[in-house]
Ligand binder design. Structure first.
Ligand code: MTE
Ligand code: MO
Length: 257
């Protein structure tokens, strides 16, 4: 622990010095958690952030022998828009993931683009707040790789995931599924944009063509049918303002397991 703290102090100190803010870094280290520091120090460089992220604890990973024979699909299992039906018809060949908001280079990535990027495979346990769990194998692009390609703009604090499905039918669109995570989770090595489950293309019931895996949090954070990722400094203006479909309906925003 003390070794960790020293290293963090060094990293934080050096990055703050590099941005020209030469005072106050000791006070910062003593009075705030690393998380707070990351959220406040908007001028941290990406490289420094990644080093800090490397200290993060991993969620437990399992083996092929542990895979659940049945993995329940929950919430939406088939988005019902015509737009989604059309994309589904030709195997999502026309689908593109949009990455925009507080980024230096907005992106539009096809499934082929994503599959050509570095990938990570992990066998993890999914825990739903409704009281069931299942172990599955997921393959996808680490979110950090995509964010690095887009380049964060100074001040970005959250990644917001906009989904194709409307879980609650509403006139104003507020029933559309969405989720958000902070940059700490965005850079976590097990946070991936998964296009494959148990060795096969992701099924529609599980979020095709792309779903988030954010392994240290509960199931509802794992947005399925991701269409767009927006980098932002706040989700206060979005729908209910709580950062997610279920959060707007009373669930915790940070759903740590
Ligand atoms: N777009 C979207 N994402 C979603 C949901 C949903 O209804 N729509 N349900 C959430 C909940 S509560 C859970 S437990 C998981 C279920 O994922 P699964 O269907 O692959 O089991 O997806 C989460 N992500
Ligand atoms: Mo869930």
């Amino acid at each position: 622990m003390s070794i960790d703290l020293t290293r963090r102090r060094f990293l934080i100190g050096s990055s703050v010095a590099a941005t020209g803010l030469l005072t106050g870094c000791d006070a910062l280290v003593e009075n705030a958690t690393v998380n707070d520091i990351l959220q406040k120090a908007e001028s941290l460089t990406m490289g420094t952030q990644r080093l800090l992220m490397a200290n993060q604890q991993l969620a437990r990973e399992f083996t092929e022998a542990d895979l659940s024979p049945v993995f329940k699909a929950n919430g939406t299992s088939q988005p019902d828009s015509e737009e989604y039906a059309k994309m589904m018809e030709n195997n999502f060949a026309d689908w593109k993931l949009v990455v925009n908001g507080m980024v230096q280079r907005p992106l539009e990535l096809s499934l082929a683009d994503l599959k050509a990027m570095p990938s990570r495979t992990q066998i993890t346990r999914h825990d739903c707040v409704e009281g069931w769990s299942a172990i599955g194998k997921w393959t996808g692009v680490p979110l950090g790789v995509v964010l690095e390609k887009a380049g964060l703009a100074p001040g970005a604090r959250y990644a917001v995931f906009y989904c194709a499905d409307e879980l609650e039918q509403t006139l104003d669109g507020s029933g559309k599924y969405y989720e958000s995570i902070d940059l700490t989770d965005a850079w976590h090595p097990q946070t991936i944009l998964a296009y494959s489950m148990n060795g096969k293309d992701l099924e529609v019931a599980h979020g095709a063509p792309l779903r988030l895996r954010v392994e240290r949090q509960l199931g509802y954070k794992h947005a399925k049918y991701v269409m767009r990722i927006e980098l932002t400094d706040s989700f206060k203006g979005l729908w209910g303002g709580k950062g997610g479909f279920w959060e707007d309906r009373g669930y915790e925003w940070y759903a740590g397991i």
